[in-house]
Design a protein around this ligand. Structure first.
Ligand code: ATP
Ligand code: MG
Length: 593
């Protein structure tokens, strides 16, 4: 490709709305352009890199025995009603209407479509196992699209779906995908690592995310360097000890705490109740029902765990008005002591909001770390008062004990007790063992060898292809621009003649190298722009071609060319040896398939 034939609109400065380095470089290197927030056009070079990532994904999926299909982006709502996700995934679904008023969903993922397909096409155990995948545009109505391709409204995802006759089969399919993902990210030159993950709206019971460490990542991962334990903070647990029980435990006692509405204020003079002796009471509305959540004063509630453990689809903190209406108390003095709840307006609340009296029982859930704790302090549901000597199991009607707290750095690893670390990371892939959730709801059953009809056991496996592309840039860059791994670079070699007149020696040689390298399967771009050397070199570094061949008068006079690896020093190589040297460099930087 000649530079002047294609379109590489490099920019000296990134637009102001680009916050992170990879987003800036995608724009500055002329790889993408924004059409609207979260919606981008791929320019020629961006598309080349994207296609290379896709191709790696395709090759590894094929190698793992998955078969490619292409499913529609327009999906009928009925299949989403059937799976139950029309409601649970409603907030991300793009809904469109055709001219007859019929509604459609734009595919955010395709469990419903593939399961419908297999329900019709697969009938016997003899046709299983199968793993279908596609690489296609997905649409999600993200509230806050940001960071360029990282969180877009429209993006390319590889999604695969496995169907097996048994749980063991499904587990083996999962393992194959897990291994394929490891190879895919390695071939993309990415340092990605798997972590235990929450399953969210997708459902299922077993899941890993593939994470790329990055300060700008939207996820936090807890990990142990000693034993390799790693989990998304939404799921991570630790070996932190339970709250120490204190001896005896006299009856609870109300005491005055005028003006105290925070954990911190209560931990100071004159009360001096350490945060780890306080019970924090939170009120949430989970699937439109109120719930009280008890967490130790020095811990933080993890909302993803809250959803996972309670099975709620959505939960949010109650507003001060709702709390007043429900508990007859203000935030800052809340507690769940039996007697203190007697003054609640639970019945009224329920009557007004849920119109069902029978269930007028307030669900109280507590974090495991508080189990057995006594000698604790908590709010009295009365301004300026707290209770002390609280024995949680004696004085509070806890309905369920769950792990609800967020782990923090330094806590003992749940597996080996060495201190955990926490780092930020970008989620590039996600594998789930789904079980029979979708196959049961959408009737994807098969006739087994024993004559019984059974739902197939499923898994689903996603890779954010466009996000992966950007993660590669987030991980590979310096002050001059992108540093592409050779495997996904838009072009592997940039030939830069400093004179571009067709009859000049530099240009003639450039054309010769171009032809020879291209014939040897190397991706080459020839910078035939009539620009100053400085401009050409800067652009080539900014776009980040892994190898540059400089053809200048001075070195040509000496019978040499300049070969500059993107991150290495210039080498002066004899003209005759140039092609061989490039081929060596390309070979050395190519990861085995
Ligand atoms: P996130 O937690 O980042 O919103 P998710 O867990 O909802 O992602 P999955 O449903 O697991 O995403 O989708 C599979 C992959 O698709 C993700 O691992 C991620 O790489 C990619 N992806 C998801 N949402 C987006 C998006 N809005 N923009 C770009 N890529 C995305
Ligand atoms: Mg995910």
């Amino acid at each position: 490709m000649k530079w002047t034939q294609t379109l590489i609109p490099t920019l000296r400065e990134a637009p102001a709305d680009a916050e992170i380095v990879s987003h800036k470089l995608l724009l500055r290197a002329g790889l993408i352009r924004k059409l609207a927030g979260g919606v981008y056009t791929f320019l020629p070079l961006g598309l080349r890199a994207l296609r290379k990532v896709e191709q790696i994904v395709r090759e590894e999926m094929d190698r793992a025995g998955a078969v490619e299909v292409l499913m529609p982006a327009l999906q009928p709502p009925e299949i989403w009603e059937a799976s139950g996700r029309a409601e649970t995934a409603s907030n991300v679904l793009f809904k469109v209407k055709d001219s007859s008023g019929r509604q459609w969903f734009l595919s955010p993922t395709a469990e419903e479509v593939i399961t419908t397909l297999t329900a019709n096409e697969i009938n016997s155990y003899r046709q299983l196992p199968k793993n279908f995948y596609q690489i296609s545009l997905k649409f999600r109505d993200e509230i806050r699209p940001r960071f360029g391709l990282m969180r877009a409204k429209e993006f390319i995802m590889k999604d695969a779906y496995s169907f097996d006759t048994t749980d063991e089969g499904a587990m083996a399919a999962y393992k194959k995908m897990y291994d394929a993902y490891t190879r895919i990210f390695a071939r993309c030159g990415l340092k990605a690592f798997p972590v235990e993950a929450d399953t969210g709206v997708i459902g299922g019971n077993y899941s890993h995310e593939f994470m790329v460490p990055a300060e700008t990542g939207e996820n936090e991962v807890a990990f142990c360097e000693a034993c390799g334990y790693a989990a998304n903070i939404e799921k991570a647990t630790s070996g932190i000890p339970k709250t120490a029980a204190r001896e005896g435990g006299p009856a609870i006692e109300k005491f005055a705490t005028p003006g105290v509405v925070t954990i911190e204020a209560l931990s100071k003079e004159p009360y001096k109740v350490a945060a780890n002796r306080q019970i924090k009471t939170l009120v949430y509305i989970a699937d439109s029902k109120p719930i009280l959540i008890l967490i130790r004063g020095d811990d933080q509630l993890n909302e993803t765990k809250l959803l996972a453990k309670t099975g709620a689809v959505a939960a949010r903190p109650a507003t001060p008005e709702e709390i007043l209406e429900l508990l007859n108390a203000k935030p800052g003095s809340l507690g769940a002591i039996k007697t203190a709840l007697e003054t609640s307006r639970l019945d009224d609340y329920w009557k007004r909001h849920l119109k069902i009296m029978e269930t007028a029982v307030l669900r109280i859930i507590a974090d495991e770390r508080l189990r057995g704790a006594n000698g604790m302090v908590t709010g009295a549901n009365e301004d300026g008062f707290h209770f002390q000597n609280v024995s949680i199991e004696r004085d509070i009607n806890v309905s369920d004990w769950f792990d609800l707290r967020t782990v923090t750095a330094g806590e003992p690893c749940v597996k080996c007790a060495k201190p955990l670390k926490i780092r930020r990371a970008i989620e590039v892939g996600h594998v789930f063992k789904l079980g029979t959730k979708y196959s049961e709801k959408l009737n994807a059953t098969f006739l087994d060898a024993d004559g019984a009809r059974k739902p197939s056991v499923m898994g689903c496996y996603g890779i954010g292809v466009t996000r992966t592309l950007q993660a590669i840039i987030e991980q590979g860059n310096d002050k001059d621009g992108v540093i592409w791994p050779l495997s996904v670079a838009p072009y592997q070699v940039c030939i830069t003649p400093l004179a571009v007149a067709p009859e000049s020696e530099a240009m003639k040689l450039a054309e010769k190298f171009y032809a020879e390298l291209t014939a040897r399967g190397v991706d080459v771009i020839l910078d035939d722009r009539d620009e100053r050397p400085g401009v050409k070199f800067k652009d080539s570094e900014l776009v980040g071609f892994p190898i540059r061949i400089g053809l200048g008068e001075k070195s040509l006079a000496k019978g040499e060319v300049e070969i500059k690896p993107r991150t290495g020093a210039i080498q002066f190589i004899k003209i005759e040896e140039a092609v061989a040297t490039i081929l060596e460099l390309v070979k050395a930087a190519t990861l085995p398939r």
